[in-house]
Design a protein around this ligand. Structure first.
Ligand SMILES: NC(=O)CCC(=O)C(=O)O
Length: 260
């Protein structure tokens, strides 16, 4: 099955959800010209990394974002990997990815498991507890958030659940852009799956972000890559390539987990 993907590599206004909602809505309207099957947004796109003010800007149960994606999915007849938002839960504020299918039904959710100390996440956020698995059109996918890509064992745990594409939403700074590219390509090669990675563009008071959203095939070939600025990156993925790669080099049956 083929899916047309649109990554909304948006700039994000620091701590200003109202403006970010307006801006995301405008980009969705523009992306609709390409009629994407799956639309992807970046990490913490409603607030950016304004972590000091999350107590006021985080949404209880991510309710506003959920209503926004429910409407957008039906309006644009697109599945949404709705980036992540600051989500007030009983355990604290989580960095939560939302997935809505094109009928407007929530298809998945995942709260970031690995908190990134270099950007103070551990001081403001509560870590998630489960995997980011979901299905769209009877295909298995996974959602990962930014720093998660530095944990190959976490990504592999999803691949072992027969995932065919991993969606990574991020706010990855430009200083470590070469890590971003290398890690994403490695995760695609070693798990023989598509990797669709949507980063943000622009700057906040502490960081300039890399952009360079990417779509990578199961051979590790970059089939689409954005520049540094705001951009809608589109690409088509054909999941038959996952089956082909996995039968040509059968790493999943050749594994020797009894020795690991
Ligand atoms: N938002 C993040 O998780 C950033 C991760 C990052 O920059 C890294 O180098 O890892």
């Amino acid at each position: 099955m083929k899916f047309k993907i649109a990554c909304l590599q948006m700039d994000i206004a620091f701590g200003d959800p109202a403006n970010n909602y307006k801006h995301a809505a405008k980009l969705m309207e523009q992306a609709n010209a390409q009629k994407p099957d799956i639309t992807v947004l970046p990490e913490l796109w409603t607030t950016g990394y304004d972590l000091d003010n999350l107590k006021t800007t985080a949404e209880a149960g991510a309710q506003t974002a959920k209503a926004f994606f429910k409407d957008a999915a039906v309006k644009y007849n697109s599945h949404f990997i709705g980036g992540s938002v600051a989500n007030k839960t009983e355990s604290g504020i989580e960095n939560t990815l939302l997935v809505f299918d094109k009928n407007g039904d929530q298809a998945g959710t995942y709260s970031k498991l690995h908190l990134f100390k270099l950007m103070d996440e551990h001081l403001h956020l509560a870590a998630g507890k489960g995997k980011g698995l979901f299905s769209l059109d009877d295909h298995k996918f996974a959602g990962l958030i930014c720093y998660d890509i530095r944990f190959p064992e976490w990504v592999r745990a999803h691949a072992l659940d027969d995932v065919e594409a991993m969606f990574v939403v991020a706010e990855w700074p430009i200083q470590r852009m070469e890590h971003w590219r290398a890690l994403l390509i490695a995760r695609a090669i070693e798990n023989q799956c598509f990797v669709v990675a949507c980063n943000r563009a622009g700057s906040d008071p502490n960081n300039t972000f890399a952009g360079h959203s990417m779509v990578i095939n199961p051979w590790g070939e970059v089939i689409a890559e954005a520049g540094e600025g705001e951009e809608i990156l589109t690409a088509e993925i054909d999941l038959v390539e996952v089956t082909e790669a996995r039968s040509r080099i059968p790493i999943f049956t050749d594994r020797r987990p009894e020795f690991y």
